[in-house]
Design a protein around this ligand. Structure first.
Ligand SMILES: [Zn+2]
Length: 480
């Protein structure tokens, strides 16, 4: 029997893509003059052409979200056409979000590779055997999404990959101590968790992106050093994103192991309760401490204050918990097999993005970590038919100049060509979407010398700059 995909594909081709015409008519169809064929391909990114369907309905009225709790980042992202709900805990990630996610993944790649991480990709469909060996098949309970294949075999959609990666490393019988530490990570895989109550949009979904890294070391001491270097990389990452993050001692939960930290972004809607010392750097998840404790166990003089946080990262020192079960060994300096010491480290990639929007945005306007904005610059030309109309070509030229003279801004500059709308209306949209730099090309642009109005969202400044001043300002924008 034919597999289904080619059949569907043929069907689709016949009915909708190619018109029902004779052979000669089809041939005629493909020899359309080049000028007509390429009419729609424009080198400039036009706001009117970006697929960003705004959903201005009240999110609370959306029947797909009935009964779900929702929050500011979710409402803003949905209204701005960044995400669209599909079924509980699952979303469409629309193009601007994908651009932002890809940037976040590049920053994460840089930081993970900076400490020696090597990227790999493991199957999402995992055999139950592995999970039974670690006893997590039962421990995970209903959170694990389980399925059977046609042969009756049990599988799960992996929420994490300790079993899989440890098995992989165990299969290499020639691993030497000289190759350790070994840091393996994935950053672009979807993870699945059957949340009882998905809520807050991308903050607590059933399908999400996570960066997961696993480390293998020769000794406990070496494993602690690796653990520390990953924590430092996480702190650098959040610093680069301009996010205030606290590293708190945490419970090891069902991952297991002996030492664990959470990376939390303090936020009102956070679902974790933290205790922070007002005097020193001590911070902990309430779960790890007796709840009535108010004095700091570290400096002993400070008072602990409770705060809420969104967990965006989690690190675990695992010891030999998994490497022992799956026999992940290496040959040591004496050429004897020795069980590796492990750690695992997660970053909620989608959650970082949503949490950043949650903590940075106002009720009406989205604000991004500068590095992650889908586009860095929006150029707003005058309204069609207005007295500044002749500045339109200056705006178009400016978009080209920026993309060509500033390599970092290639593909980062959009032109709001909806010139049937007033500048004011388009500015309001640009502010809501949170482009870090909005350039208004109005009357000032045709003056001598020309002046451009620049609104810097990150600093809330409004500047009037010459073209050179503009190039100088935007030349310093960091992109990834
Ligand atoms: Zn203290």
């Amino acid at each position: 029997m034919n597999p289904i995909w080619p059949r569907v594909f043929q069907c689709f081709c016949r009915s909708s893509v190619l018109p029902r015409r004779s052979h000669s008519a089809s041939a005629e169809h493909v020899t359309v003059p080049a000028s007509t064929t390429f009419r729609h391909i424009k080198p400039t990114l036009l706001v009117s052409r970006l697929y960003q369907p705004s959903n201005l309905r009240d999110v609370g009225q959306d029947t797909r979200l009935q009964g779900e709790m929702y929050c500011k980042s979710q409402r803003l992202m949905q209204q701005a056409g960044l995400i669209h709900p599909s079924n509980p805990g699952c979303y469409y990630y629309l193009p601007a979000t994908v651009r932002s996610m890809e940037k976040l993944m590049r920053v994460i790649d840089q930081e993970m590779q900076g400490i020696g991480g090597q990227k790999l990709d493991m199957p999402s469909l995992c055999s139950a055997e592995l999970w039974k060996a670690s006893e997590r098949w039962d421990l995970m309970g209903k959170e694990l999404i389980r399925l059977k294949d046609r042969h009756g075999g049990d599988y799960c959609l992996a929420p994490t990959h300790e079993e899989a990666v440890t098995t992989l490393v165990a299969h290499q019988t020639t691993l030497s101590y000289r190759q350790l530490p070994l840091l393996l990570y994935q950053v672009i895989t979807r993870k699945f968790r059957d949340e009882p109550k998905p809520r807050f949009g991308l903050l607590r979904g059933r399908e999400f992106y996570m960066k997961d890294m696993y480390s293998f070391d020769v000794s406990e001491e070496a494993a602690y050093q690796t653990y520390e270097s990953v924590c430092q990389a996480y702190i650098r990452l959040f610093t680069r994103l301009g996010l205030r993050c606290v590293q708190v001692q945490a419970d090891t939960g069902n991952i297991g192991g002996e030492l664990s930290h959470e990376f939390q972004l303090p936020a009102d809607i956070g679902e974790d309760r933290l205790l922070l010392c007002g005097n020193c750097s001590f911070s902990a998840n309430v779960e790890t401490m007796s709840s009535d404790r108010t004095d700091c166990p570290q400096c002993r003089t400070g008072t602990l204050v409770e705060s809420k946080g969104i967990e965006v990262g989690h690190t675990f020192y695992l010891g030999k918990k998994y490497s022992h079960v799956f026999s992940a060994t290496f040959s040591n300096a004496q050429n004897k097999p020795s069980v590796a010491e492990m750690g695992c480290y997660g970053l909620g990639v989608t959650r970082i993005l949503a949490a950043a929007i949650e903590v940075m945005s106002t009720e009406e306007e989205i604000r991004w970590p500068g590095l992650l904005a889908p586009y860095q610059v929006c150029v707003v030309p005058p309204k069609k038919g207005s007295k500044e109309d002749k500045a339109t070509f200056i705006a178009e030229e400016l978009v080209h100049t920026l993309g060509e003279t500033l390599p970092g801004l290639k593909g980062e500059v959009v032109l709001d060509d909806r010139t049937q709308m007033t500048i004011g209306k388009r500015l309001k949209d640009a502010n809501r979407l949170g482009y870090p730099y909005v350039i208004v090309v109005g009357q000032g642009a045709v003056d001598d010398p020309p002046r451009f109005e620049v609104i810097c969202q990150q600093t809330d400044e409004k500047l009037f700059l010459s073209k050179d001043g503009l190039l100088d300002l935007l030349g310093r924008v960091e992109t990834v």
